[in-house]
Design a protein around this ligand. Sequence first.
Ligand code: C2E
Ligand code: MG
Ligand code: MG
Ligand code: MG
Length: 291
Amino acid sequence: RAKALGRNNYQHYTAEMSARTHDRLQMQEQLRQALANHEFRLVYQPQVDLATETINGVEALVRWEHPMMGLVSPAQFIPLAEETGLIVPIGDWVLHEACKQNKAWQRAGMPPLTVSVNVSAHQFLHEEWVARVAHALEESGLDPRYLELELTESLIMRDLDAAVATMKELQRMGVRLSIDDFGTGYSSLSALKHFPIVRLKIDQSFVRGLPHDEDDSAIVTGIISLARRLNLDVIAEGVETVDQLDFLLDNDCHEIQGYLFSRPLPADQLNALLRERSTWSRNVVATDRHR
Ligand code: C2E
Ligand code: MG
Ligand code: MG
Ligand code: MG
């Protein structure tokens, strides 16, 4: 019986495996076509400076508008794009589009914003990476100081020396660098000291437990004071509630990003928000929430 069961499991397993391989190959092919068919879109999520209560940056987040499946979230295709290397051309498109859009906002007379772009290991460790960034800046005409590249600790730790060298080249070009999902990776504090970065992004998994979870509260206040002592900006991701915002204000966090203020929006919808940017205040958000 055990043998039969084993065999069944085995058959089941291989059937499932080949189905999965098939799915992956299909998805891979679709991703390739998506690039050619211009099916990728960017949405932009505002980043709010808590001292001035203004939007001082936006994070560009990729979406795939699949003709049949509708909007596909990056969690569903970035990992495969990473594995297959397709992230390099996709990421290139993201970078060019984000720079062009930011320049367009500036040309339209909006106060200048920083646009943050997520970077995958595959892109960052590519030998042409720095040249690709330079090209996106040149083609768009965007001043490098309005571009921020979000790196993760795991990306940097894959090849610490090479990563720091590349980071320094980008810094010399005038591009801003930050660490995304900070606290979830493996970088040591002694390595952090050598990174030419301007900002830490506190991972949303720590923000979620604020203000009641004691561990999350300790981690978040720890990251904020570390950032302040290292002269780095610090932004909390995934801020959804007024209680979380209050905790972050009380603990001197510089900036927030999250659904409480705004979801990621297409560029045209963000325009309206940017025009009203001076009118935002903590009270406005709080009132909205209780309405
Ligand atoms: P991330 O860079 O950490 O981006 C933040 C994610 O949190 C985004 O998910 C955003 O929509 C979501 N988020 C923002 N505020 C809130 C909130 O208040 N609550 C909750 N629950 N979530 C919030 P998204 O857009 O689905 O992106 C997921 C991840 O995919 C990103 O995490 C990033 O790692 C990756 N990604 C997105 N766009 C790109 C890209 O262009 N290139 C690369 N390489 N990766 C990307
Ligand atoms: Mg990010
Ligand atoms: Mg993040
Ligand atoms: Mg992430």
